[in-house]
Design a protein around this ligand. Structure first.
Ligand SMILES: [Zn+2]
Ligand SMILES: [Zn+2]
Length: 313
């Protein structure tokens, strides 16, 4: 069910009223993280999160009794690409333990299939850090792969290899309909935690609802700015966000447009400003023939928010 807004357009962030702040990639003492599962839940709860996915390497770390926030048993699994190369894959919400895949790793397509067969959803982790190219995704069109990490805090802090938007856009241009998430990949809480979030829209806080909202793409990702709504109609894309210094429509090579508050910005579309003059939204026209359309917003503190590719009417 979609909600049609009075001003026109469907909110592509989803019809539900509850927004949960999710940390979807974090390690505990069950693999190479510093903090035990129960303590990590407390840590992320204090940092303002509602949901934490345990993604220990090849281990499905279970939920914890009396958890302050929702825990999603999950895992990070290495998939072999051949030639000594690997893709790390997040299996979120899996119902089985993947430890046998450490001894007998599968290829990327087979790993995604195993996660799907066991009730989970798949995102490819830190593709920049892993050196992945679009060729590594060959044959995955139409597979249950939901998306990639567009931002990984640990890879950014350690090596400046956290932002994978170039690969993501390349895949979108080739016709892959992939979402993207922003995660911490936390190993050392307090250092590499509380930076990235996935904001999921659900009708109630449950693991089932979060997994299904990920499947439905009722979410956006952020390291700072928030999206209030993204209304899409026949001739118009209307973005409402927290105060930002730029809002950009990405639509493939050479296509799109940016609204920025700096003088060093071309202007495409119409800005929406609040009473104090802050940029809090934008209205864009869809771009005919574009392979995809997605929106990115940046704030003055260096934070970025990413929508998924927008379903255009
Ligand atoms: Zn990894
Ligand atoms: Zn990891």
């Amino acid at each position: 069910m979609n909600v049609i807004h009075p001003g026109g357009g469907v909110d592509v962030l989803g019809p539900h009223g509850v927004t949960l702040r999710c940390a979807l990639h974090a390690h505990t003492t069950e693999s190479d993280g510093e903090m035990a599962p129960a303590l990590l839940l407390d840590h992320y709860s204090r940092a303002g999160y509602d949901v934490l996915a345990f993604t220990d390497h090849w281990v499905r770390t279970d939920a914890v009794p009396r958890s302050p926030i929702l825990a999603i048993p999950s895992s990070e699994i290495n998939a072999t690409l051949g030639g000594g190369r690997w893709a790390h894959v997040l299996g979120l919400g899996i119902s089985a333990d993947p430890s046998h895949l450490r001894r007998s790793p599968l290829g990327l397509a087979e790993t995604i299939r195993w996660i799907d067969d066991n009730g989970g959803v798949t995102f490819v982790a830190h593709p920049y850090w892993s050196g992945l190219t679009p060729a590594d995704f060959a044959g995955l069109q139409g597979s249950p792969l939901l998306g990639v990490e567009v931002f990984n805090t640990t890879c950014e802090l350690q090596l400046g290899q956290g932002v994978a938007r170039y690969l993501w856009d390349g895949l979108l241009t080739e016709g892959y309909r992939l979402s993207a998430i922003a995660t911490d990949d936390c190993h050392h809480p307090g250092f590499d935690s509380g930076v990235a979030s996935v904001m999921v829209r659900v009708s109630e806080a449950s693991v089932t609802e979060v997994i299904s909202a990920l499947r439905e793409r009722h979410f956006y990702s952020t390291t700072g700015p928030t999206f209030d709504r993204i209304l899409v109609s026949e001739g118009r894309i209307e973005v409402a966000c927290s105060p930002c210094c730029s809002i950009t429509l990405h639509a493939g090579p050479g296509l799109g447009g940016r609204i920025g508050t700096s003088r060093l910005a071309y202007r495409a579309g119409d800005p929406v400003k609040d009473a104090s003059g802050a940029l809090v939204g934008a209205i864009f026209e869809p771009i005919p023939g574009a392979p995809f359309v997605r929106v990115e917003a940046c704030d003055e503190k260096g934070g970025t928010a990413w929508t998924n590719p927008l379903p255009l009417p």
